[in-house]
Design a protein around this ligand. Structure first.
Ligand code: ZN
Length: 311
């Protein structure tokens, strides 16, 4: 049986998935991200897990088609530029991983959100062009054009979290800029938007200033809480603004919304679509929006796709 691995390297945990060639996930191992010494031990620890899985599952080395990686930072042509929350810098991941693994195998790496975009693409039938936005602790993104991922010259293509969308009352972003999408559509950002709306309105609401997590906000919105609905509209408006910029640049078939915030479901997609009309150039109005199909495992599936697609 031929197999391949998809590895999603996160700042807290690393998910290692074993897949068959039908893209069925056979098993997952999760290990803690060892950030000691600028992440020097991480590749060795992943290699040990991979070797252990190969042994315990009776897999022959020659039946391993490859190991794909998604990592939290810019990547160009299999070269990891920088992963600030792990410590990796200028890492020739392929070379180093094969050294740790002890046998030669195909190794591919790209940015985690780009990998997730590629995972979404692989599960689409007709759409060859997509922008993927992941909304969570931060806001990341990825681009697939004509079935190919776009990393950019510096590995920073598709960094949609840092498109500016708030000009009048911009909050400072983790990147140092002001008014980025991440400041209004990440978990923390949505809290910030809600606080601002609470200050500006006298409408009755069940929202409490000390409990502003997106899940609570979206749940209340679904129950008809008017202030929570204002928040959803505002967040949808910001995402729509960013989407119009993306659409004017790459004119994709679809913009896919993923990450924890996407658990809000269709109420968010509806809000984005409603606002998008106000910002989109007429030539980009047909761009569609949908929720990500792959939930938490999208990074692993995308990393796998780097191996199976042969690209
Ligand atoms: Zn930013």
């Amino acid at each position: 049986m031929k197999v391949a691995f998809g590895v999603d390297v996160g700042g807290t945990t690393i998910k290692i998935g074993l897949f068959n060639t039908k893209k069925e996930l056979l098993l997952t191992r999760v290990i803690k991200t060892n950030k000691k010494d600028k992440g020097a031990a991480i590749l060795g620890e992943i290699a040990s897990e991979v070797k252990e899985i190969i042994l315990s599952e009776n897999i022959r080395e020659k039946d391993v088609l490859g190991v794909g990686f998604g990592v939290p930072g810019p990547v160009v042509n299999n070269f990891v530029v920088w992963c600030p929350n792990i410590g990796w810098r200028d890492l020739k991941l392929e070379e180093e991983f094969i050294k740790e693994l002890g046998f030669k195998v195909k190794v591919k790496v790209t940015n985690d959100a780009t990998a997730a975009a590629y995972g979404e693409y692989a599960y689409l039938e007709e759409e060859k062009n997509l922008a993927f936005m992941t909304l969570g602790t931060g806001v990341g993104g990825g681009i697939v054009i004509d079935g190919n991922i776009v990393e950019g010259v510096h590995g920073a293509a598709g960094e949609f979290g840092h498109l500016q969308v708030e000009y009048e009352k911009p909050d400072k972003c983790s990147c140092g800029l002001y008014g980025c999408l991440e400041t209004v559509a990440s978990i923390r950002g949505i809290g910030w938007v809600t606080k601002r709306i609470l200050k500006e309105t006298n409408l009755p609401t069940e929202l409490k200033e000390n409990n502003l997590n997106p899940r609570e906000i979206f749940n209340l919105a679904k129950k008809g809480d008017r202030v929570a609905l204002l928040v959803v509209d505002k967040v949808g408006d910001y995402i729509a603004k960013a989407s119009a910029k993306i659409a004017a640049t790459i004119d994709p078939d679809v913009i896919v919304i993923g990450g924890g915030i996407a658990n809000a479901g269709n109420i968010l997609i509806k809000a984005i679509k409603k606002a998008y009309k106000n910002y989109a150039y007429f030539g980009n109005r047909k761009v569609n929006f949908r929720l990500a199909k792959l939930k938490n495992d999208s990074g692993m599936y995308g990393a796998l796709e780097l191996i199976l697609s042969g690209k």
